[in-house]
Design a protein around this ligand. Sequence first.
Ligand SMILES: [Zn+2]
Length: 502
Amino acid sequence: MRTIRIFDTTLRDGEQSPGAAMNIGEKLQIAKQLARLGVDIIEAGFAITSPGDFEAIKTIGGEVEGPIICSLARAKDADIKRAWEAIKDAPKRRIHTFHSTSEIHLKYQFRIDQAEALRRSVEMVKLAKSYVDDVEFSPMDATRTDIGYLCEVTEAVIEAGATTVNIPDTVGYSIPSEFGALIKTLHERVPNIDKAIIAVHCHNDLGLATSNSLAAVLNGAGQIECTINGIGERAGNCSMEEVVMALRTRSDLFNADTNITTEEIMRSSKLVTKITGMSVQPNKAIVGANAFSHESGIHQDGLLKEKSTYEIIRPETVGLHKTKYVLGKLSGRHAFKTRLGELGYTLSDDELNTAFERFKKLADQKKEIFDEDLESLIAQEDTTVPELYSLEDMHISSGFNEQPTATIKIKIGGEAIEKTEHGDGPVDAIFKAITSITGTKSNLIKYEVKAITGGTDALGEVVCSLEEDNKSVSGHGADTDIIVASAKAYINALNKLAARKR
Ligand SMILES: [Zn+2]
């Protein structure tokens, strides 16, 4: 049985999804979850692109134990040096450098010939190798590269010290039989191929990212690059949960498995959804809301008699449990701490105190507190966005024959400002009042309300995405009152925009 390495690029390629920009605290939260999930490598960012990316990689390298921490770098001196500075304190570290190899990229984008691209690639792999042993090289647009040249580049970068060579289907152009054959050819024609791991990085433009990655595994690939929920540039990347569960479910066929703790899959998916504001379609494989629901009477009948009649994966395997009542008003601090521990959260005393206060407040509004409620409560503890604006008070009136009116009080710096506005509905009125108080001029591009658990007293979670100067952020807020949750989400997004400006 071979072990296929999982290289997660949610924080780099995933962040390139429109609207999925994350701040350092959010990236750290995801990286910690990726470590619990058991990914082998975390591509934590692209160090040279911004000070924020650099800091995120550095912070993750210093705080997240387990996986190899990797930074992306173009095949340029300054990029590789910056990548090294970002990862150097991580106990396990990697530099991932890349250069285009396809005729179309070299001719139109770089205006250099194949020999020059090869020379730069080799030189930059050697430079990366002078800093760190673990070096990955990607010939960008590999699937549209002349195969003879691709073999030549692969051999040369391995010779120069690359320990992983990643074959990207950058534009999502390949199909499984063709991509599998490409990986096979590399294994047949590159003489030193056993000195490196062959990785694949597939995009989903034709809906084939997972299939192409699996075809590559059948032909010798040893590392898959993927993201949680398949987010990423354009149509996204290979989805981690799909490729991992395909390998696990059909290990008879692949004769391969991964180091992933599959029970952590659902939690990882929900966390990424929450932070990026990008929802998963209900019929999405593995993590969609309907992925384990059976509607057909014939199927239900079979399931009642024997689960394996219609169920190829047990829901518990991916961490899907029946929502159960866990805590309530009378639960004490100890029970609260224990349950959080069981869910994988360890909080400092201070964090625990504030979280417990919130819990008590929630327990007054809501009889039964579920695991999902607790997770939402902890997510709110993410205090990494400095709060320029904070919600002090609000009052709403709306009705059948009444114009919705919102009065809201917000603290900006030390000063509390109150305003009243009317709107088409209560949310509209609130957003107008907040906009007027803060004097901000962002556009609302998405507004979404979800109930975290069932019941009319459930916590409502609101995600709201704002755009300003071509930058977009997603804010979230949770409350048993969805109007209050809406105000919190809007203010959270404004705080994120303000933090990005500084
Ligand atoms: Zn990509």
